[in-house]
Design a protein around this ligand. Structure first.
Ligand code: ADP
Length: 429
């Protein structure tokens, strides 16, 4: 096994985002859906980085820890010398978790490791406007608690101070390594971490506002067993751990014309614009969300009839997405979770049926929607391909189910307005 870096991602589209960053920065990367079955070992041999995708961002902490423990054990047994727990770059979490409990489990205190280094913790990713200064997270220059994340439906973020946020979630002691230390370089950061360890600290929030800072963090983290970060820390780790003859670009490639379809379940502003743009270049069917909840099978069948008619002629898009007031009306009528779940399952049924009709290029918009589709297709893992848009790679399914299927999984606000056409063009190559 050539595996060096193991990652555990708390959701699927975040996992793709990280895998994209690792591949782009020189590590041959695979993204697995859960812990891969032994039968997959041939297909993933040769990977230098593996991102195990879990869905544990918003589940009870005990369940998240149990799943992460199993993934960590698998990654270590596969040869990973460093394991990073991948979080959202906006630190999505609540006072109950699920980031602090990971520090409690895998940090120095949790492992009772005498020799272990204090774990680095940073959601910084300057390329996407996430910077950390004096332990405070800024989103496009605005403190986290003043950014749109303050209104997030599942994890509203009311505090930009990550030491406080972490300390509320964690039993372990949390410290700070600030930008003065990071800017002074690897030696200074290591000395600071050693001093924090002597104070009984298990994890340190680390500032980073430039890519150079991330490289410093990567060099330091790569010598330790565990860290917590977003794709920015992944960038630093990849650059520190890649070999001189980095295998960038050796992943999945476009493979010519094929039956192609797009599914959209995200109702984010950007996805709505992308759907409008797609209407100029491909047939688009807008599903009736209430019908999907009340009478899913019939509405899915309507989607399929549309697909049967149009697929032979070219790509198409089927969307459940609606504007915020329409979404609110559906949620008020059926309940937010029940509506979301039923619509996700309807979209997953469509994904399964489309692939059954011979679709080999499939684009899915929406984090939860993508997760439901990938689970329904029982895809085991993906080989990484080129980047379609920042944070969204082209993926090629590997393993026992649907090997060779090209996919793109896009979380709500990612991608240009032309995203659907961009993704399909890249899949054709
Ligand atoms: P994003 O990445 O934008 O958050 P997700 O797929 O994660 O997208 O979440 C969108 C959620 O909204 C899903 O649970 C989906 O089923 C639900 N949904 C999709 N269309 C509608 C609609 N028209 N009304 C209400 N909820 C919807």
């Amino acid at each position: 096994m050539t595996l060096k870096l193991g990652c555990i991602a708390d959701d699927y589209t975040g996992a793709s985002d990280l895998a994209n960053t690792l591949q782009k920065n020189g590590l041959a990367t695979v993204q697995t859906i859960g812990i891969p079955a032994p039968s997959l070992s041939g297909a993933i041999a040769g990977a230098e980085a593996m991102v195990v995708s879990l869905k544990i961002r918003s589940v009870p902490a005990a369940e998240a820890v149990e799943k992460a423990r199993a993934a960590e054990a698998f990654l270590r047994a596969s040869g990973a010398t460093h394991v990073m727990y991948k979080i959202c770059s906006t630190f999505d979490s609540t006072d109950e978790g699920n980031i602090g409990p990971m520090l409690d489990t895998f940090g120095v205190a949790g492992q009772e490791r005498e020799e272990g280094q204090v774990a680095l913790i940073t959601p910084a990713f300057p390329e996407t406007g996430r910077t950390v200064y004096m332990g405070n997270l800024f989103v496009n220059g605005v403190p986290l608690n003043e950014s749109p994340l303050k209104d997030h439906p599942l994890n509203p973020m009311h505090d930009a101070n990550l030491m406080r946020v972490m300390q509320r979630q964690s039993r372990a002691k949390v410290g700070l390594a600030n930008w003065d230390v990071v800017r002074a370089g690897v030696g200074a950061l290591e000395s600071r971490l050693a001093a924090l360890k002597a104070e009984g600290v298990s994890g340190a929030v680390v500032d980073a506002i430039t890519e150079e800072d991330l490289e410093t963090l990567g060099k330091v983290a790569s010598k330790a067993p565990f860290s917590i970060g977003a794709s920015g820390l992944g960038l630093g780790l990849a650059r520190a751990m890649r070999s001189a003859h980095a295998a960038v670009g050796s992943g999945a490639k476009g493979n010519g014309p094929a039956l192609s379809a797009c599914l959209a379940g995200s109702c984010s502003a950007q996805t709505l614009k992308q759907i409008a743009a797609a209407e100029n270049v491909m047939p688009v069917l807008k599903l009736d969300a209430a019908a999907l909840v009340e009478n899913g099978a019939t509405e899915v069948e309507r989607g399929l009839a549309f697909a049967r008619e149009h697929l032979p002629k070219g790509p198409l898009l089927i969307a459940s997405s609606q504007s915020p007031d329409q979404v609110q009306a559906v949620q008020a009528r059926f309940g937010r979770d029940a509506a979301g779940h039923a619509i996700e399952q309807g979209m997953a049924s469509l994904a399964e049926a489309l692939v059954g009709l011979g679709v080999r290029h499939l684009v899915v918009a929406g984090g939860e929607t993508s997760g439901a589709a990938v689970d329904r297709l029982a895809i085991e893992a993906f080989r990484l391909g080129p980047e379609i848009a920042a944070g969204v790679p082209m993926l090629e399914a590997i393993g026992a189910h649907h090997a060779g299927l090209l996919m793109a999984l896009k979380s709500g606000n990612f991608g240009a307005e032309s995203f659907f056409a961009d993704a399909l063009a890249m899949m054709r190559g």
